[in-house]
Design a protein around this ligand. Structure first.
Ligand SMILES: NC(=O)c1ccc[n+]([C@@H]2O[C@H](COP(=O)([O-])OP(=O)(O)OC[C@H]3O[C@@H](n4cnc5c(N)ncnc54)[C@H](OP(=O)(O)O)[C@@H]3O)[C@@H](O)[C@H]2O)c1
Length: 335
């Protein structure tokens, strides 16, 4: 079977296509999945470009979707033919956060899903939403579940909340869609007026160009009658957090998701305290969160926005496209 591996020390020119042996029969508690799609995330980019240390010959990609083609003894949750999607943290099944690093994450600490087939414990996957293509399902493992957890699990989203989503990448567009589907009012920022127009077609109630409006936190407060956003989807990190704090209402919630602008920086701690804002770091979510997300998608009929799809051997080109920042929503790879 076809597989991609990453050679040490990483880099887009260090992705190599190999012919690997077909996996055999699944053991007790395992499933064999014929994979058909993955999707790109900033985390995968960090791994493949060697910005974080990686083992030689690691199979990249955290997101994987496909069809169950064999089940091992004792597996009752899945049947042959089920469409499934992988879990970001195979070991975090339920309950409060249990992991604080990427050692167990497919495509980073363990082999991922840039390959045609895999055998894993059945608990490493969940069912995919009914009616989703494999490509669509593959967007949920990382980006979809992160947006869901930020808004619903940690943020306790309710109809009428005002949500601020930064940028128009994978996580933020999911946040826009889920928030709208659940009755929230959504503000989106972007560097591009064209992308902001697209966000409006997805239901964004108000848009701000963060390049033109450096004081966009103030703009959010003004638009909300001086109150601020109830929830902020913070993907920028140090360069955007001060404005996110300025944009957040008293007692609001900021989900600290991304580090697009760097790994550390100054935080206006006095304002954070005075506004009594909950600043919550998070990494994706548990398998139970993913099952809840799949149920919500089936009820709301939300579909991911896929910007472009590449073929598996063109994974490096897909990452180059991500690097360009031209995308809106998700970039996928399907085979
Ligand atoms: N903690 C977690 O569980 C988790 C999970 C997934 C992702 N993440 C992190 O979240 C971040 C976004 O991930 P992603 O997969 O959504 O990335 P992505 O699809 O590559 O999206 C990046 C988008 O962020 C926007 N952006 C870039 N710089 C910005 C800035 N200074 N201010 C506001 N927006 C900015 C851009 O939007 P415009 O082009 O519209 O300007 C860009 O398209 C990354 O840091 C990633 O590592 C974390």
């Amino acid at each position: 079977m076809q597989s991609l591996i990453l050679r040490k020390p990483g880099g887009l020119d260090r992705l190599e296509r190999i012919d690997a042996p077909e996996p055999g029969a699944p053991g007790a508690g395992e499933i064999r999945v014929r994979l058909h799609a993955t999707s790109l995330n900033f985390h995968d980019y960090v791994v493949v470009t060697g910005k974080s240390p990686v083992d030689d010959q690691r199979i990249p990609m955290a997101d994987g979707a496909g069809v169950v083609e064999a089940v091992g003894a004792g597996v009752t949750e899945f049947a042959v033919g089920d469409a499934v999607v992988s879990c970001f943290f195979p070991g975090w099944q339920d309950g409060p956060p249990a992991v604080g690093d990427f050692r167990t994450v497919p495509g980073d600490g363990v082999d991922g899903y840039a390959r045609e087939a895999v055998i894993t414990p059945a608990t490493w996957f969940t069912k995919a939403p009914r009616g989703y293509s494999h490509e669509e399902a593959a967007t949920l493992t990382t980006a979809g579940l992160t947006a869901w957890r930020a808004l619903v699990v940690d943020g306790g989203l309710k109809a009428g909340d005002v949500v601020l989503a930064l940028g128009t990448g994978g996580v933020s567009i999911f946040a826009l869609q889920y928030a709208k589907a659940m009755g929230a009012t959504v503000i989106v920022t972007s560097s591009s007026d064209e992308k902001l127009e697209r966000a409006k077609t997805l239901g964004a109630d108000h848009v701000i160009n963060y390049r033109r409006e450096e004081d966009w936190g103030r703009k959010v407060r003004d638009w909300t009658g001086g109150q601020g956003a109830d929830q902020v989807i913070e993907v920028g990190g140090p360069a955007t957090l001060p404005q996110s704090i300025a944009a957040c209402r008293i007692g609001g919630h900021i989900a600290l998701i991304g580090v697009l602008t760097g790994l550390g920086g100054e935080i206006p701690t006095a304002l954070l305290m005075a506004r009594q804002i909950r600043l919550q770091g998070l990494i994706v979510g548990s398998r139970t969160h993913q099952q809840d997300l799949v149920r919500a998608i089936e009820a709301t009929q939300t579909r991911p926005v896929i910007d472009r799809t590449f073929e598996l051997p063109a994974l490096a080109d897909a990452f180059r496209y991500q690097e360009s920042g031209e995308h809106f929503g998700k970039i996928c790879v399907a085979w």
